[in-house]
Design a protein around this ligand. Structure first.
Ligand SMILES: Cc1cc2nc3c(=O)[nH]c(=O)nc-3n(C[C@H](O)[C@H](O)[C@H](O)COP(=O)(O)O)c2cc1C
Ligand code: SF4
Ligand code: SF4
Length: 605
């Protein structure tokens, strides 16, 4: 795979909202998510909880990562049921070059991303656009019969990685504008296009961020964690959650679980990374200290278990010496860490039927099969990254919520508190200290190994012996569902091309939304990377001017969609136009696009 690192170029709010209206009208989908994957809240259950002074209507959502970077990602997650969004981590170094590919989700998950690739100003605008779109869709009549009353949602900020960086004027401005986004909202209002124009004067709540998760990097000293937490509480009055690393469990125990119990024997651990990180004993002093500090100032402190685990790069699928492990093995490690912390901190943690003051947020290998167990421990919020990068993508969120609803229905629990009380009572009845220790025993025992162990997780992906081409393929749709940015889309092959193209669907890449993460290439059963081989559509003239590969500019000519071919693509132009202009063609409104007369072809540079 070639290593190209073009910047992500977010779509303007006008184009995104225009797409929602057009896609709904022509295909009854939004950002490729079919209505069958929209989540409709079961009114018999109250899944709400308190966070940052709001009451999100359920505790599930995407973790800081690729699903909380671009504005449309939040919309897809929200439609699938997410009500807590941990925004992609921002930091002062906001022009990072991230190596590609950066995601490897073939079995257990690995990545080499570590914070946003957008600038701070772009991230701010993406989060505000997302906030405005969710507010608009919450009041949009066509959705009402499908999702019902959606209830509240929460955006949790995520910042890293050192106090000096967080104190800079640019980071300060970012945090303050997330806490009061009035200026940005007013700047974006005129972009709201005609299908939604009644929302131009809508009373958007400008107070987007009321809580923050501090993502600590490996090696972050405890004093620094303490200093940043105090700074965020004192300066901004935010509730603070500290995201801890799984190294906290200690080298010997992680080594035993990962290698001996779960069978991931080839995954190299680095003892130095464990030595450099926060130790368990120090965490036992840090957590009560910061909880008291926050409480004395009327704020809440919490911990998040856990961040990814640093391991050696034994697969050489991504560049660099180290990578970060997530997914199923991390679930077992992190539950074991939770068990150890619960045993040591007793009533301090907000787990179980009699919750203490320290909120415990969870992200590690959450999926439909374990989300009810996690909710039954009192963990809130419960966020996900790896499972949403597997086939099915964002649709897994609605499946998780349905599983939680189902589990609660079976025991006649109508609130999360009742569900937690039921799980706690069951655990004690079976002789465990509490529900956390019962669950830890389950995931590290034979039942857990059968599900989370290497033998269960490392299955060969489907492969067909065919080289991927510009048009046509086995149409498995996997590239669409695994893309966190909805950068791959599919359109029906128009009848006019039926003699030339035998496949029913054609797949295309929205180039500005693709960051070459490589995830679609992992899952495509054909030989080739969808994001490189399929037609790459640009709507930004500057990005098109430097385009390579099978590139086309999509704009307008009068009231119609029009295209300009990139180098070598002239022979494919008429086919492309047929595909994008069909009745269920490209769901972008010509009036939101640039006239093609203004566009320079790459070969003319
Ligand atoms: C591709 C990718 C990017 C991530 N980026 C971030 C990030 O920017 N900040 C952060 O705190 N965690 C980040 N994470 C970690 C996730 O938020 C999450 O804590 C972790 O992946 C464990 O959850 P999972 O097993 O559901 O993936 C990232 C994870 C993945 C897979
Ligand atoms: S199209 Fe493929 S490479 Fe591009 S962002 Fe989506 S999954 Fe990643
Ligand atoms: S490009 Fe690959 S992943 Fe996408 S639909 Fe075609 S065969 Fe499936």
């Amino acid at each position: 795979m070639t290593v190209r690192t073009p910047p992500l170029t977010p779509y303007p709010l006008r184009v995104l909202l225009g797409r929602i209206a057009r896609e709904w009208e022509t295909r009854r989908r939004i950002f490729d998510l079919p209505t069958g994957r929209f989540y409709s809240h079961d009114p018999a259950h109250d899944l709400s909880f308190e966070m940052g002074g709001r009451r999100p209507s359920n505790p599930i959502g995407p973790a800081a990562g690729p699903h909380t970077q671009l504005a449309q990602n939040f919309v897809i997650g929200w439609l699938a049921g997410a009500r807590v969004f941990e925004a992609k981590t921002v930091q002062i170094l906001d022009e990072l070059e991230i190596d590609r590919p950066c995601i490897d989700m073939e079995a257990e998950g690995y990545n080499i991303e570590w914070s946003q690739e957008l600038t701070l100003d772009q991230s701010l605008e993406e989060y505000v656009k997302a906030w405005m779109m969710l507010e608009i869709l919450s009041h949009w009549e066509p959705l009402e019969p499908i999702i019902g009353p959606p209830g509240e949602h929460v955006f949790d900020l995520s910042v890293g990685y050192d106090l000096d960086g967080i104190r800079t004027e640019r980071m300060d401005r970012f945090i303050r504008q997330m806490m009061d986004a009035s200026e940005v909202i007013d700047r974006l209002r005129p972009q709201i296009p005609p299908p939604f124009e009644r929302f131009r004067d809508h009373d958007f709540d400008p107070h987007i961020g009321r809580s923050v998760t501090l993502s600590t990097f490996h090696g972050c000293p405890p004093d620094e964690i303490e200093g940043i937490t105090r700074h965020l509480i004192d300066t901004y009055g935010l509730d603070v959650i500290v995201k801890l690393n799984p190294t906290l469990l200690g080298f010997e125990e992680v080594d035993r679980l990962l290698h001996d119990v779960l069978g991931y024997r080839d995954v190299p651990l680095d003892r130095h990374a464990f030595d450099a990180d926060l130790s368990f004993d120090r965490a036992l002093r840090l957590i009560p200290t910061l909880s008291e500090y926050a409480a004395a100032r009327g704020r809440r402190f919490g911990i998040k278990l856990s961040n990814t685990l640093v391991v050696g790069n034994h697969r050489n699928k991504m560049p660099g010496d180290v990578m970060y492990l997530s997914g199923r093995p991390l679930h077992v490690i992190t539950v074991s860490l939770l068990d150890r912390l619960t045993a040591a901190l007793g009533d301090l943690l907000a787990t179980g039927a009699d919750p203490g003051p320290v909120q415990v947020s969870f992200s590690a290998g959450i999926e439909a099969s374990n989300v009810a167990d996690a909710a039954g421990l009192g963990l809130r919020p419960i966020t996900v990254s790896s499972d949403l990068l597997k086939p099915g993508g964002y649709g897994h969120l609605s499946a998780m919520l349905k599983r939680l609803d189902q589990a609660m229905t079976e025991v006649a629990a109508t609130t999360l508190e009742q569900w937690v009380a039921h799980q706690e009572a069951e655990a004690r009845r079976s002789g465990h200290r509490d529900a956390v220790s019962a669950y830890a025993a389950q995931v590290t025992g034979p039942e857990g190994v059968a599900h989370y162990g290497a033998d269960a997780v490392r299955r060969r992906l489907r492969h067909v012996d065919h080289t991927l081409e510009l048009w046509g393929c086995v149409s498995c749709n996997l590239c669409v569902t695994v893309c966190p940015n909805d950068a791959m889309l599919y359109l029906p092959t128009p009848d006019t091309l039926a003699d030339e193209l035998s496949d029913r669907w054609q797949y295309l890449c929205l180039a500005e939304l693709c960051n070459d993460c490589g995830n679609c290439a992992t899952f495509c059963p054909e030989d080739g990377a969808p994001f490189e081989v399929k037609p790459r559509l640009y709507i930004d003239p500057d990005r098109f001017a430097t385009a390579t590969g099978p590139a086309f500019f999509i704009g307008r000519d009068g009231d119609s969609l029009a295209a300009v071919p990139g180098p070598g693509m002239q022979p494919e132009l008429s086919r492309l136009l047929e595909v994008v202009s069909g009745p269920q063609g490209l769901p972008l409104r010509p009036e939101d696009l640039t006239p093609i007369g203004h566009v320079h072809r790459p070969e003319h540079r």
